[in-house]
Design a protein around this ligand. Structure first.
Ligand code: AMP
Length: 411
């Protein structure tokens, strides 16, 4: 890495999409971009279809968003198209200013507890984890391979969604099943969204004017996928997702917690296959299964029109959320803040109000005016008298990945 190399390209490769951001991580004394300045952001969607779409916004040049549609056959073609877009703005992957590429990797198992520079052995280990993350790790691996082929000389760093949760004590991470079976198949609670939980818990401490080591925070990451975590003094002690991102809260399309006997029942009585049940619980459950919509805006609109199915779906969603707030209050013993983040958590004031309603005995309260404020900044929504702060803290997984990547390669 050269002294001037301060840029990090963050890649989040999904099965048919690639999200990317190019960030500059170092301010220069001549008034250049501050740490974490976004130079370009974009998204390639529907990879492998005829109607692939690339949307690229060159923030560095102040240029308009550019959108192109047309077939992009695979991840290699997608990354080449991204590289061409970046080059057109003078931000190409061949730039000496590029310090590293940071990859979001969903599953790091027990082995990866921190961001890791990728070599062949690391890549092989990420591949070994495919059986526990069949939906996510293969796409991440494809992204890594493609990026390495394009810039073999450049450090590539894996930042794992599971890493923040590896501090969970054994009694929180283990399922109460036969130990030999669990160990043989690496069955345990890994947790996900760790990059977000890490970032938001730290930012919440900042909002309270304290060091992360001094505060206990319940983070509620409520997006289309949703998870809660209990963070004590900056370390995760419990989280709601488990072996896979299916466990825990009610989500956009996933059931969250469910009696596992439901799956035997569906197979024995309803004649469903393993794959049918997998699709049912991951894609046709949660809010969409309950009321047909997974967008909280649409659900709120329907409730306002008196739609009872939408109202019941909302109530089930909130009930589960409350149970986790209660459980994690007990786990932490003392809670300093409850932080809402991600698409629903940051934008849906009625969800925040309903989730904390009636929890005054636990020191929680919501100020209606503060809760109604719309802003991209971290902010308190609790009244001054509340013993436990309630906050909205916008997440920024890309910035966290870029910061972790840059810290590793510039050390
Ligand atoms: P994420 O996965 O974090 O991108 O969150 C996506 C979800 O956020 C969507 O499915 C919506 O349910 C929710 N969302 C986004 N914007 C709003 C909004 N203004 N009000 C309520 N919910 C929203």
């Amino acid at each position: 890495m050269t002294a001037t190399a301060t840029r990090v390209l963050v890649l989040n490769s999904g099965s048919s999409s690639v999200k990317y951001q190019l960030l500059d991580m170092n301010p220069d004394s001549a008034g250049g971009p501050a740490a974490g300045t976004r130079l370009a952001v974009g998204l390639v969607e529907r990879i492998g279809e005829d109607t692939s779409r690339l949307a690229h916004t060159p923030l560095a040049t102040g240029g308009d968003k550019r959108e192109t549609e047309g077939p992009i056959a695979d991840h290699e073609a997608a990354l080449k198209a991204v590289a061409a877009e970046l080059s057109a703005d003078g931000l190409g992957l061949d730039s000496p200013q590029l310090a590293a590429i940071g990859h979001r990797v969903v599953h790091g198992g027990l082995k990866f507890t921190a961001p890791t520079v990728i070599d062949d052995a690391v890549l092989a280990e990420i591949e070994r984890l495919v059986p526990v993350a069949p939906l996510h790790n293969p796409a991440n691996i494809t992204g890594i391979r493609t990026a390495r082929a394009l810039r073999p000389d450049l450090p590539q760093v894996a930042v794992f969604d599971t890493a923040f949760h590896t501090t969970m004590p054994e009694y929180a991470a283990r399922y109460a099943i036969d130990v030999a079976t669990a160990d043989a198949h690496r069955i345990r609670r890994y947790g996900f969204h760790g990059t977000s939980h890490a970032y938001v818990s730290r930012k919440t401490a900042e909002l309270l004017g304290k060091d992360p080591s001094e505060v206990n925070v319940i983070v509620l990451h409520l997006g289309n996928g949703a998870s809660a975590s209990a963070v004590a003094g900056g370390r995760c002690v419990d989280t709601s997702m488990g072996l896979t991102p299916l466990e825990g809260l009610v989500m956009g399309t996933r059931s969250g917690d469910i009696d596992p006997a439901v799956t035997f029942h569906l197979k024995r009585v309803a004649g469903m296959s393993e794959d049918d049940v997998d699709v049912l619980l991951n894609k046709k459950s949660g809010l969409v299964g309950l009321c047909g919509d997974n967008d909280m805006r649409e659900i709120r609109r329907r409730i306002d029109e008196g739609d009872e199915r939408a109202e019941l779906a909302f109530d089930i969603y909130i009930h589960r959320l409350k149970k986790y707030i209660g459980a994690y209050t007990a786990v932490l013993g003392r809670v300093d803040a409850v932080a809402f983040t991600a698409g629903v958590g940051e934008n849906a004031a009625p969800v925040r109000a309903a989730a904390l309603a009636g929890l005054e005995e636990m020191g929680l309260a919501v100020d209606a005016d503060l809760n109604a404020v719309r802003s991209g900044e971290p902010r308190l929504i609790s009244p001054e008298y509340a013993r436990v702060a309630a906050a909205v803290v916008p997440t920024d997984e890309e910035l966290e990945i870029a910061q972790q990547t840059y810290a590793l390669v510039s050390a």
